[in-house]
Design a protein around this ligand. Structure first.
Ligand code: PMT
Length: 405
């Protein structure tokens, strides 16, 4: 059976160079069994012809809000009702702004307003435009409404610049869609996740921390929520918005993270420790700012609790998933952590050269459990999180078969 058989995908194409990729996207959606109807904005038709999309989808392309041939002049309502998913790729800065503010001045934006189908947007634009405060404000509004943002990716741009703003490749977009259309993998389950760094205060203005941005953990929390679970995220200090639907508790230090996890763990089925927790903290946090009077300064550090090991040692321990950053002997060191912490699964991030898992948009993972080793290759953290969710769900269900009622 084809992965997208029976699914109705409305593909919206807006004006941008990346529109040429939409032809491949349309063809690959159809190859996977999806029914595709294409809606193009007027600007999109300057980059790719409707005829190309008509030939690929096997249906006329829609672009007029008031097309005479549309049934009762209600084309947008019919298309809005028909779609299981609305996918806009590429989404231009202008369309994103219109969607954020509920404007309905063309067929595509009107369909979005008229549809209750989940909306996925693959932005494509110049990197400076993407990072503009107004654009990010619009993205925030859409994310807060539960819209799925696919990318953008980073790299060479048609304008000659390099940065964040490229449309994701068609296959990446399709993988997102497929994973999103398999809901219920973790329906009814309670998941507790840690993410981000911890901050261990030395004095009121200084502290020990690390480069974790929280991106991997937040992406995983969002993907697990999309898989139907209730998710509680315990997060160290990061600059990220809490994922849609996820209950987020903010903490600062490793001890606070440990206390909060232990207070919430009893109701969880799966515990995933993505946080980069400080192994040590200063023995004493000085009340006043330390003055630089001496040539040298010694800092006494004491061990922090190992949260993951504590959870795994509980009498009724949930299914436990750990993460590990390794620069060498990845499999050996990660396997040691799996064994000594007595956890069910460990996801190791290989870190080398430019491929740092910390604070990057993409990542790759080597998964190790008692049955063996597998690899999730490098891709955006959002997509990786969806793939990992599937892996966790399969392993969880294998070890916790549903009881017959
Ligand atoms: O946040 P990003 O910028 O997106 O980066 C993601 C990440 C690289 C931080 C993430 O993918 C990751 O690998 N997190 C674990 C980092 C690490 O090196 O952990 P560790 O080897 O110190 O610990 C192993 C495991 O034990 C981890 O699951 C950790 O959460 C847990 N642990 C560690 C120490 C401690 N005191 N308590 C813990 O629970």
């Amino acid at each position: 059976m084809k992965e997208l058989a029976g699914k109705n995908i409305l593909l919206g194409i807006t004006g941008g160079v990346a529109a040429y990729k939409s032809a491949v996207l349309c063809r690959d959606l159809m190859r996977r069994g999806a029914e595709v109807r294409v809606v193009m904005t007027e600007a999109a038709t300057h980059f790719i012809t409707p005829l190309t999309l008509q030939a690929l989808s096997g249906h006329p392309v829609h672009s007029e809000l008031f097309a005479a041939e549309a049934g009762h002049g209600m084309d947008h309502i019919e298309l809005a009702r028909w779609a299981d998913r609305l996918l806009i790729a590429p989404a231009s800065a202008q369309t994103i702004a219109k969607l954020a503010h509920g404007e309905a001045d063309n067929l595509l934006t009107t369909i979005v307003l008229a549809s209750d189908a989940p909306l996925l947007i693959a932005p494509a634009m110049n990197n400076v435009m993407w990072e503009d405060a107004a654009m990010q404000g619009n993205v925030d509004l859409l994310l807060a409404r539960g819209v799925t943002m696919l990318g953008p990716a980073s790299g060479d741009q048609a304008c000659g610049e390099d940065g964040l703003g490229r449309m994701l490749e068609p296959l990446e977009i399709i993988e997102h869609l497929q994973l999103q259309l398999q809901p219920g993998l973790l329906a009814g389950k309670n998941i507790l996740i840690t993410a981000g760094p911890t901050w261990e205060a030395i004095d009121p203005v200084r502290g020990l921390s690390n480069r974790s941005s929280g991106k991997m953990g937040y992406a995983l929390a969002g993907a697990i929520y999309d898989a139907g679970a209730s998710v509680r995220l315990i997060s160290g200090p990061v600059h990220l918005r809490s994922p849609h639907g996820v209950d987020c508790i903010n903490i600062t230090s490793a001890q606070e993270m440990a206390d909060t996890v232990m207070a919430n763990v009893s109701i969880c089925d799966i515990f995933v420790a993505v946080a980069a927790v400080a192994d040590y903290r200063p023995a004493n946090c000085v009340k006043q700012k330390i003055k630089k009077n001496a040539e040298t300064l010694s800092l006494e550090l004491v061990r922090n609790p190992d949260i993951l090991a504590m959870v795994a040692a509980l009498e009724n321990a949930p299914f436990t998933v750990g993460f590990a950053v390794e620069t060498e002997n990845i499999i050996e060191y990660a396997t040691q952590k799996l064994t000594t912490k007595r956890i069910d699964l460990i996801a190791a991030n290989p870190v080398s050269g430019d491929n740092s898992a910390f604070d990057s948009e993409s990542n790759e993972l080597t998964l190790i459990d008692r049955n063996g080793i597998s690899h999730l290759s490098r891709c955006s953290k959002t997509l990786l999180a969806q793939k990992l969710t599937k892996e966790i769900a399969h392993r969880y269900h294998e070890t916790h078969p549903a009881k017959d009622s």
